[in-house]
Design a protein around this ligand. Structure first.
Ligand code: CP
Ligand code: NVA
Length: 304
């Protein structure tokens, strides 16, 4: 590849128009896959997938997606490659770039995804860092558009931890003009820089410490785990801090028509109840399915 590759480390690495085009393509891939129509747009292409953290959805949706597009994916667990024995990321990145057509990386520090992108000569896609999960946001936006028929006038609430998923979702809402209220305990909000970025993009983003205020009359209520991968040592402190931030039937009584979203895996009894995950309001498996379609769209868009 001679031109500088496009990377996808943050949801706003694409413009609103580009995001719309990717989501349109995701809908088209979903239709084609459901109808059993061939869509081998990445025939002969290979995706390298670096994982420093576990994964069910990201791993399987990327790998399956590449197969459906006529390509191939290689799973590269940190301890299965020389990265785990100290080979620098910049060397890993340049080496992989000589073999594969794109790299997907799930790493701890967001800066490590940036290093991979800096040295890669092929597109690098963020499969989750401590700060951002833009592929999740793509699927979430596809899901909301399906449910609501568009983004106009949609109001969303985030309830719980202002984590990686929340941060990308907040910026994604700004790009699509979804009104968002984020309710987190004091000290667990999304980063100030992310709030600023979302507002600079024109986002109508409010922050509060009151879950009821956020949830009332929302079209969408979104939550995620209170203890993200890598935060296991903070368990006791976090369990206390997030008391009152559970998405349960009582909270849903303030938004009886809301769709409940969760990126999964869900920790039932913590951030969400089993009854809510299993209720008719839950769209969590639609979100999970759309990871497949949205990422296929992203990869074929990045590689064309
Ligand atoms: N939502 C999500 O990224 O799930 P996995 O951790 O299973 O990939
Ligand atoms: N916030 C969670 C998301 C998992 C998909 C984590 O980082 O562990």
């Amino acid at each position: 590849m001679t031109d500088e590759p496009r990377h996808f480390l943050e949801i706003d690495d694409v413009s609103t128009d580009e995001l719309g085009a990717i989501l349109d393509r995701a809908d088209e891939y979903k239709r084609a896959q459901h109808n059993g129509e061939a869509h081998e747009d990445l025939d002969g292409q290979t995706l390298g997938m670096i994982f420093q953290k576990p994964s069910t959805r990201t791993r399987v949706s990327f790998e399956t997606g590449m197969t459906q597009l006529g390509g191939h994916a290689v799973f590269l667990g940190e301890d299965d490659i020389q990265l785990g024995r100290g080979e620098p990321l910049k060397d890993t990145s340049r080496t992989l770039s000589r073999y594969v057509d794109a790299v997907m990386a799930r790493v701890f520090k967001h800066e490590n995804a940036e290093v991979l992108a800096e040295y890669a000569t092929v597109p690098v896609v963020n499969g989750l860092t401590d700060d951002a999960h833009p592929c999740q946001t793509l699927a979430d936006l596809q899901t909301i558009r399906e449910l609501e028929g568009g983004f106009d006038g949609v109001s969303a609430a985030w309830v719980g931890d202002g984590n990686n998923v929340a941060q990308s979702f907040a910026v994604g809402c700004a790009l699509t003009d979804i009104d968002l209220t984020v309710a987190t305990p004091e000290g667990y909000g999304i980063d100030d820089a992310v709030v600023e970025r979302a507002r600079e993009l024109g986002g109508n983003l409010a922050v509060t410490n009151d879950p009821v205020e956020a949830a009332t009359d929302a079209d969408v209520i979104y939550t995620d785990v209170w203890i993200s991968m890598g935060q296991e040592d903070e368990r006791d402190v976090r369990m206390q801090a997030f008391e009152g931030f559970q998405v349960n039937s009582e909270l849903l009584s303030y938004a009886p028509d809301a769709s409940v979203m969760h990126c999964l895996p869900a920790h039932r009894g913590e951030e969400v109840t089993d009854a809510v995950v299993e209720s008719d309001q839950s769209v969590v498996f639609d979100q999970a399915e759309n990871r497949l379609h949205a990422q296929k769209a992203l990869l074929s868009w990045l590689l064309e």
